[in-house]
Design a protein around this ligand. Structure first.
Ligand SMILES: *Cc1c(COP(=O)(O)O)cnc(C)c1O
Length: 460
């Protein structure tokens, strides 16, 4: 297989050693039935860390320690923890890591809740529609949970989602939004927009939006600007404070490897540190007097005043273990540098495939788009994407994508599909290798050759 300019030799690949910090399921464990039995106990080709990151060994150790402290210290673990991780302050262990990852002060971040509940909290705090200014601008085909959150928040304030939510779609013939079109929409509709709320990295297309420019344009129009960083945190560098972002929310089980349903995070810009908390809980109360249990709520200043409940110590340390590995690897700058290489390599190998078609083909009129092909709808510009590439299989709507997905699964290449047409592959810089990328493309070509041989049923 052809090399690319992105590949580096193992001796130069400083992050390669971190692969050993993670549990990578074997082909057999992933039920990859078409893999030769002599390699069945080797690690599978896991390119799905954008959906669920792998488990760090350190997370397992920390969870086991906490289970032991629970067993041996029980309630005393809250204030007198033998390993120096008093449960009352356990989330504070995360805040310095979060601050690094999103480019914030520690007082601007909180480790709490889950993405969607945090999004609702932020919408309750920031979405204050008036007769003139009541709309929310977002990207078309936002993640369903975000769509539901926006629609119900809008409806709860008496507006019709169909009127109040402007979902920006790409130009005809294009798969992703142009920054200039987003900025133009903000300028055009600005006076009626209360809130601009985009995903940092779009889950379906993999597009990394120009957060700095979009935020600046939104604020110039007097809009609040918030970001869903589910696919951005731990994937791309962020400077939320300097970019003047008002708020952001994220989950941690994707690129931050905290485990299924792991605890979430949020960012509240310093400018809003004294905004009255609307949905207070005891964990947002000043820790100095929290356990005096006073009748009146006195919040911690900033993001951590939004904490409601005492967090799951097990969830927090699962995340902490993974973040310690992340930091040891050099943090997001080092991770992004290697990520650009891995994803660049993947894109280059796909482009070199005999099955590759340029992305425009996926939108070409029927007839031109009938030949079996794979295309990539994620932006080609590395600055406009993170780790993930979104592959579309042609002809669309003829059952090719599910057949390809099944073929990949059988051969132990783990990606995932998003309806209607996409298979997402994301090499993760902390644990994937250039060989993973090469194997994925080789297997993909094998599977496509098989589909080619078996034929594609005619359009219904
Ligand atoms: C993964 C993801 C979510 C998940 O929300 P949870 O509340 O963690 O279940 C939400 N929004 C986006 C954009 C996502 O990618």
């Amino acid at each position: 297989m052809a090399d690319s300019q992105f590949k580096i030799a193992p001796e130069q690949d400083a992050l390669l050693t971190f692969r050993a910090e993670f549990a990578i399921p074997t082909f057999r464990q992933m039920k990859a039935g078409a893999v030769a039995s002599d390699i069945a106990d080797e690690p599978c080709t896991y390119l799905c860390g954008n959906s669920l990151g792998l488990r760090a060994r350190r997370s397992k150790e920390l969870i086991e320690e906490e289970l032991e402290v629970w067993a041996t210290r029980a309630v005393e673990g809250h204030f007198d923890h033998p390993l120096g991780r008093n449960w009352v302050g356990i989330a504070d262990k995360i805040h310095p890591h979060f601050a690094q990852l999103v480019g914030a002060q520690e007082s601007e971040v909180a480790c709490m809740g889950t993405l969607t509940t945090n999004l609702h909290l932020m919408l309750n705090l920031f979405y204050k529609p008036t007769t003139e200014r009541y709309k929310i601008l977002c990207e078309a085909k936002a993640f369903p949970s975000d769509q539901y959150a926006m629609a119900t928040q809008v409806a709860a304030r008496g507006y019709a989602p169909s009127d109040a939510i402007i979902a920006l779609a790409p130009r005809t013939g294009e798969h992703t939004l142009r920054t200039e079109d987003i900025l133009a929409a903000i300028e055009r509709e600005g006076a009626s927009i209360a809130l601009v709320l985009f995903a940092g990295v779009q889950f379906y297309t993999g597009q990394f939006f120009a957060i700095k420019e979009i935020t600046a344009a939104a604020k110039a129009q007097g809009c609040v600007c918030g970001w869903d960083l589910a696919h951005a945190v731990g994937n791309v560098p962020l400077s939320l404070h300097d970019w003047d972002v008002d708020f952001a929310v994220w989950c941690t089980y994707k690129y931050l490897n905290s485990g299924p349903g792991g605890i979430g995070g949020l960012f509240l810009h310093e400018r809003w540190a004294d905004l009255p908390v609307r949905e207070a809980g005891w964990w947002g109360h000043d820790p100095a007097t929290r356990f005096d249990m006073p009748p009146d709520f006195r919040p911690i200043r900033g993001a951590q005043g939004l904490q409601q409940s005492n967090p799951s110590a097990l969830s927090v340390v699962a995340l902490l273990g993974a973040l310690e590995v992340f930091a040891a690897a050099g943090g997001i700058a080092a991770v992004r540098a290697r990520s650009l290489r891995l994803t660049g390599h993947l894109a280059a190998l796909l482009r070199a495939s005999r099955f590759y078609a340029p992305p425009g083909r996926a939108l070409a009129p029927e007839g031109e788009a009938t030949k079996l092909a794979v295309t990539v709808i994620t932006p080609e510009d590395p600055a406009q994407r993170g780790a993930q590439l979104s592959l579309v299989f042609l002809p669309t709507g003829r059952g090719v994508m599910p057949r390809v997905l099944k073929g990949l699964e059988d051969r132990g290449v783990v990606g995932d599909s998003r309806k209607p047409d996409v298979i997402r592959l994301a090499p993760v810089a902390l644990y994937n290798t250039f060989e993973d990328v090469e194997r994925a493309v080789k297997v993909l070509e094998e599977v496509l050759a098989e589909v080619e041989k078996e034929g594609i049923p005619p359009a219904a």
